[in-house]
Design a protein around this ligand. Structure first.
Ligand code: 4NP
Length: 155
């Protein structure tokens, strides 16, 4: 078992980061990589304790990435101690994380799409106020990010 602990962070922890968590779980399992911990959180607390958005649950289920058991939580101070890789889903999440992180954790924080060649600096777009197609795009983005992140993370 590796000592790698990965945390995905979006705004509400009910759409993008639960899907990123499930996508990373799926690709690491398929690759036979035993990652110590995979989790997700939101920079905001509006949805604390809630299930993921039904549209995110649906798209995850369709792609073999179940998220119905996950419950939303806000990022907390211990996360910056506990996780070796803290992955922001968009650039505003990245900025918000860096603003609250202790300086010792800054080098463990990165943007998901920075790991995907040709997509550096781009956001996984927030699908919350959008339609089902946006959730499908979100899934494709987090899956691409999860695959490249796994490649980038050593054993
Ligand atoms: P997420 O999506 O950050 O991908 O979980 C959102 C969920 C809720 C809200 C915004 C984005 N909201 O404003 O409540």
């Amino acid at each position: 078992m590796s000592e790698i602990r990965v945390l995905f962070v979006c705004l509400g922890n009910i759409c993008r980061s639960p899907l990123a968590e499930a996508a990373f779980r799926k690709v690491s399992k398929a690759a036979g990589r035993a990652i110590r911990e995979i989790n997700s959180a939101g920079t905001g607390n509006w949805h604390d304790g809630e299930m993921p958005d039904p549209r995110a649950i649906e798209v995850g289920a369709r792609h073999g990435a179940p998220i119905h058991d996950l419950r939303a939580r806000q990022v907390k101070a211990e996360d910056f101690e506990n996780f070796t890789h803290i992955i922001a889903l968009d650039t505003s999440n990245l900025r918000d994380l860096k603003a609250i992180a202790p300086s010792s954790a800054l080098d463990r924080i990165s943007l998901l799409m920075d790991h995907v060649p040709g997509r550096e600096g781009t956001d996984v777009a927030d699908p919350y106020f959008s339609d089902a197609k946006a959730f499908e795009t979100c899934w494709a983005d987090v899956l691409a990010g999860a695959k490249e992140l796994l490649k980038a993370i050593g054993n």
